[in-house]
Design a protein around this ligand. Structure first.
Ligand SMILES: Cc1cc2nc3c(=O)[nH]c(=O)nc-3n(C[C@H](O)[C@H](O)[C@H](O)COP(=O)(O)O)c2cc1C
Length: 211
């Protein structure tokens, strides 16, 4: 039996809590921007994904009009820093609603490093920085989706194996529901099956002991 939930009936906040508890795990874009006044901003955004391959585009959503959105619009650029497990408390602290004149880099004590192609700095201790030029924004109800064209990727040598990012070295955090966050769990590996090689018959459920 299922319990049915109607967003119109249960209202914005309860449905938001339901949605963010079931759309999980969400990767975290740790977004650095610089305001028109020159203040460096840093904030986590878990409404984040890849939106296009060619050109390479990523997106994050600002629920309401936050500093990250305002700065990206004002200056035309932002950086997505990967959120690694060892920076858990620092990442959470940059989600505090500091006023626009306060830099989270300074308030939280996070070292910057210059970006190669855009003005906002990278987080020095984050293993990956995707430098983005603002592509476009799309307003959706109370939120704004921010699309950024990735013009440069900087990856720490320490997370590469044979020149490719290695998941057990990246150790990304993810956002779950409530105040829960996820760390890297078991890694499963499987190849995609081409139709030409399809063996036929149903694919068993892993919970089925005979499967
Ligand atoms: C892990 C995490 C993920 C978050 N994801 C989002 C998000 O996707 N969109 C959003 O608007 N706020 C999100 N927030 C809240 C913002 O980070 C928070 O409102 C922050 O103060 C915004 O900073 P800014 O005003 O400097 O942009 C998240 C917070 C945390 C801790």
């Amino acid at each position: 039996m299922r319990i049915e939930f109607d967003p119109a009936a249960i209202g914005r906040t309860p449905f938001y809590k339901l949605l963010t508890s079931v759309v999980v795990p969400r990767p975290i874009a740790w977004v650095s921007t610089t305001s028109a006044e020159g203040v460096d901003n840093l904030a986590p955004h878990s409404f984040f994904t890849v939106s296009c391959v060619e050109p390479p585009v990523v997106q994050f959503s600002s629920v309401g009009r936050k500093d990250s959105l305002r700065n990206a619009e004002a200056t035309g650029s932002f950086v997505v820093n990967l959120a690694p497990e060892h920076l858990f408390e620092q990442i959470n602290a940059t989600g505090t609603d500091f006023p626009p004149g306060v830099s989270e880099f300074d308030a939280v004590g996070i070292a910057r490093e210059p970006s190669l192609r855009v003005k906002p700095p990278r987080v020095a201790a984050s293993p990956v920085a995707l430098e983005c030029e603002l592509h476009s924004t799309t307003r959706l109800g109370d939120s704004t989706v921010v699309f950024g064209r990735v013009v440069h990727a900087a990856v720490s040598e320490s997370v590469l194996a044979d020149g490719h990012p290695e998941i057990t070295r990246l150790r990304p955090l993810s956002r779950l529901g409530k105040d829960e966050w996820g760390a890297l769990g078991d890694i499963l590996e499987i190849s995609r099956i081409r139709y030409a090689d399809w063996p036929g018959g149903p694919v068993p459920d892993r919970r089925d002991p005979k499967g």
